[in-house]
Design a protein around this ligand. Structure first.
Ligand SMILES: Cc1cc2nc3c(=O)[nH]c(=O)nc-3n(C[C@H](O)[C@H](O)[C@H](O)COP(=O)(O)OP(=O)(O)OC[C@H]3O[C@@H](n4cnc5c(N)ncnc54)[C@H](O)[C@@H]3O)c2cc1C
Length: 299
């Protein structure tokens, strides 16, 4: 299959890109790494836009990972490779980022794909979306008329559906810097784990105090309720919060609480029952892995 015809515009600055977006509105579609968009266009799975606005010349402006005033700020055009070269690939607090990196596509995809593109793709297999939910991340959107910050969970409405207005682009993803007694973990479970939507994908974030009491916990899955997008398992989080970390607490959480808030679907890949069973296993493994990371003090 070949790509359909469209006009490509390559702005040289962020300002110019915003002007182009304002001018063409819904007729224009942004192109970052192209690893999702070009595949969808090639396979005729989305309507063909009149203009493709390539962000390639904006990498200098929108590719960074910064720690500022207690916040981690990630430029939307930061590649998956560069994320792993940053503090996010080195510090125990962000261990889940390294987990995602190692399961993400191929080496060449990691060089091209961007974190902004991953979020904007908004699918159950957008791995950084699943991970960033457990960091309570927000998204900074900009347009010629200003900027706004939206919670990631509110920004992603449904599969390939975002709370984004014509003329806006994602400039940055940000989240509060976690404390030193916190870490995260991400697991993509499947027979084949690379380049594939796993049977179950899940991330967890947890903080423990000196008595092993869980002082913060966040859990996300590729899907929790009927909607086909990553979501938090809030009932399970509430059950675990302020409990002492123990095998019994984990078993109760996965056997009694998680199934009460999780709906899984059957498809040609596997059954809903198997997905639910594996969701329990993956949640337990994620939390145990964080526990071990915090005890060893290494990612
Ligand atoms: C072989 C292969 C393997 C893959 N493996 C994985 C994997 O393991 N895990 C995973 O999560 N994904 C995977 N993907 C999917 C894809 O690579 C990722 O979702 C990637 O992060 C998309 O980023 P991109 O920069 O290439 O986005 P693009 O393809 O350029 O854009 C994707 C969407 O985001 C929009 N967009 C891009 N940037 C912005 C912005 N700044 N503001 C607003 N909208 C924007 C575009 O308009 C488009 O709708 C894989 C893809 C391929 C082809």
């Amino acid at each position: 299959m070949v790509l359909p015809r469209f006009e490509v515009i390559v702005p040289s600055s962020l300002r110019e890109a915003l002007d182009v977006l304002e001018k063409y509105g819904r007729e224009a579609r942004l192109l970052a790494g192209g690893t999702e968009l070009l595949v969808l266009l090639r396979d005729r799975r989305i309507p063909v836009p009149k203009y493709i606005v390539s962000l390639r010349k904006l990498r200098k402006e929108l590719s960074y990972v910064k720690e500022e005033n207690g916040w981690i700020r990630i430029g939307a055009l930061t590649s998956i490779w560069d994320l792993n070269q940053s503090i996010l690939g080195k510090d125990l607090r962000y261990a889940g980022f390294t987990d995602v990196f190692h399961k993400f596509g191929t080496i060449s995809i990691r060089f091209m794909a961007t974190i902004g593109g991953n979020i904007a793709s908004s699918t159950p297999y957008s791995d950084y979306l699943t991970l960033l939910l457990v960091y309570d991340a927000r998204v900074r959107l900009i347009s010629t008329s200003g900027e706004r910050i939206v919670a990631l969970e509110d920004f992603v409405l449904d599969k390939r559906e975002l709370d984004i207005k014509p003329g806006e682009l994602i400039a940055e993803i940000l989240f509060k810097k976690p404390g030193s007694s916190c870490s995260s973990s991400f697991i993509k479970f499947d027979r084949r784990e690379l380049m594939i939507a796993g049977v179950v994908t899940s991330a967890a974030f947890m903080c423990l105090d000196e008595n092993n009491v869980i002082t913060d916990v966040k859990i996300s899955f590729d899907m929790v309720k009927a909607k086909h997008i990553p979501r938090r398992a809030r009932r399970t989080e509430a059950f675990l919060l302020n409990r002492e970390f123990s095998e019994e607490a984990l078993n109760e959480a996965i056997e009694k609480v998680l199934p009460s808030e999780m709906e899984r679907r059957s498809d040609w890949w596997t059954t809903a029952e198997y997905r639910l069973e594996m969701s329990k296993v993956v949640l337990k493994r994620n939390l145990l892995r964080i526990y071990e990371r915090l005890k060893r003090r290494t990612p």
